[in-house]
Design a protein. Structure first.
Lengths: 217, 217
């Protein structure tokens, strides 16, 4: 029984890593589709999101089955509860990739956003991809130094998010209304993607140390 | 032991209702602050959000303690797992109220958005408040007819969300860039608030029937 349980916990962790890998691939493609106005790639991100959703639901079912059958306590219980929280955040990260891809698709064949903010979005996209890849490693290794990296990269994204608004609201902004809408939404989606990663990093920290870091901290 | 457990489950439910009531008050004030450019009320919403965050964290702690000590199964387990999910969504609804209030504060003493979209936002706000109040009742009574109402009102909000974009991107739009940014963000926050309510309604349905409705459905 005990051995089965350890195998199940192992499987939970592997599935989290798997879903995080799907999310990393989806943000990578979404960023490329957004920056390069690649509508085929955007469609791929949108249709692949089902896979992330399904994997998250299946993992939740597994976690609930473990709670019912194994009645874990202490660290084992923390793993299972954290799994439920982390899978919800991963699912939302997949949604953010999808929203970014949708912006690319709506405006095709035009570029989504005017030249003046493209470098800022390229930076945000690069950081989101880096964060997603680090998240996969963090879930695989529980190396908390990666949690720290993710928080720092999130700070950098927040700064870029402000830059977008400064540019859009600045005197030199030549964008049309549709550009303003797209830049506002795109910036928000890039920023939220990173927020969810930070939220997961906190949960991994809780898992590793037992110290609960509230969502709002 | 059994009796203690039933009392604890009762307390979990009462606390969910309590947090939902705080959220209902916060969206009511946020909508009023936003539509009436009331900066004092906006400040109140922003500072009161701590209370929602704290209550959600405390409820999570209680739920995890129950999992560890009572090792619930079947419906009892569903209640505790759903509590963790619902408290996360309520916490996010409080964040959406705060974001709406922040928009009112940033632009003070100007009105947040131009005349042409004010009636649309008044409608969205009214629906968000109605949804929040129904959510309190749904959590209190588990009357699934309210879940249906919430879904219908969410559909109405989604339609208004599209109306905002049609207006903003229409030929008659006279707003400045800052108005476009505000309308885009405000519409997104109003719409997300309702999404979270729908997501909670699904969880209550799961609780009542045992049928899991995936997040993405």
């Amino acid at each position: 029984m005990r051995e089965v349980f350890q195998q199940e916990l192992q499987e939970v962790q592997e599935r989290l890593v798997e879903i995080a890998s799907l999310v990393a691939r989806s943000i990578e493609k979404a960023v490329q589709a957004f920056n390069g106005s690649d509508v085929a790639l955007a469609e791929e991100v949108i249709s692949d999101d089902n896979e992330i959703d399904r994997a998250a639901v299946e993992l939740d079912e597994l976690a609930i089955t473990i709670l019912a059958r194994q009645q874990p306590v202490a660290r084992d219980l923390r793993i299972v509860v954290s799994t439920l929280r982390i899978s919800a955040s991963l699912e939302r990260m997949g949604d953010m990739s999808t929203h970014i891809a949708q912006l690319a698709r709506y405006r095709f064949p035009d570029k989504v956003i005017p030249k003046s903010v493209r470098p800022t979005f390229a930076d945000m996209g690069r950081l989101d991809v880096a964060i997603a890849n680090k998240l996969v490693e963090l879930l695989r290794t529980e190396n908390l130094a990666l949690a720290e990296d993710i928080r720092n990269e999130d700070d950098a994204i927040d700064a870029l998010h402000l830059t977008v608004f400064e540019k859009v609201l600045g005197e030199k902004w030549k964008g049309e209304t549709v550009d303003t809408v797209d830049a506002t939404l795109a910036s928000r989606y890039h920023e939220r993607f990173a927020d969810h990663a930070v939220s997961i990093a906190k949960k991994v920290q809780y898992l590793a140390t037992g110290d609960w870091v509230p969502e709002s901290a």
